[in-house]
Design a protein around this ligand. Structure first.
Ligand SMILES: [Zn+2]
Length: 187
């Protein structure tokens, strides 16, 4: 369960962060740009470890590494994204990690996988990071505008480089699909 008011706050943050970055409420928000805005490092994992290491890790435990936040040399956070995943997954994973930082989630646990130290969080924090991350990628005004232009979940997914599953989930979660359908039937 998300805390009361969390979803509305996430929508406000999605708009406020865009405004700080000179973007409109319906503009895409690339995680890489948001990271730069927040002074967070952003790296693709194969810049740090050989790609073969990532591939053998994935063979060992498929899908186990999506993205993580490490401490950089200056102790600042650095987001590391797995390049083996789809573009959509990489975007949502990066936004999930940035959400943990925005929500000031304290790191609970250190895990060491393939010689790298990973910071993991508890279940409530994971749910919050998923909710904020997906809202940052697809805030309600963006979905309303896209839907008004006749864009389907598939079209939204390809235009904003997110997964179709995420586009559908956000369309349903925000009630945008239902609202448009109602508007259609009542003229
Ligand atoms: Zn997380």
């Amino acid at each position: 369960m998300l805390p009361r008011g969390f979803k509305a706050d996430a929508e406000r943050r999605a708009i406020a962060l865009r405004a700080e970055m000179g973007l409109g409420p319906t503009d895409a928000l690339p995680p890489k740009d948001l990271a730069a805005h927040l002074n967070v490092g952003f790296r693709i994992a194969d810049e740090l470890v050989p790609r073969e290491a990532l591939e053998s890790l994935d063979r060992l435990q498929p899908g186990c590494f999506s993205a993580c936040t490490l401490r950089g040399p200056d102790n600042g956070p650095v987001i590391v994204v797995n390049p083996l995943n789809s573009q959509g997954r990489q975007l949502s994973d990066a936004m999930h990690e940035l959400s943990h930082i925005l929500l000031r989630h304290e790191t609970r646990k250190l895990e060491r996988i393939a010689g790298l130290v990973f910071l993991t969080c508890d279940a409530a924090q994971e749910e919050q990071a998923d909710a904020l991350g997906s809202t940052l990628l697809l805030p309600r005004p963006l979905l309303v505008a896209a839907h008004a232009r006749g864009m389907s979940a598939t079209a939204i997914a390809s235009a904003y480089e997110v997964s179709e599953q995420l586009a559908r989930w956000r369309l349903n979660a925000t009630g945008v699909t239902i609202q448009i359908r109602r508007r259609g039937t009542t003229g």
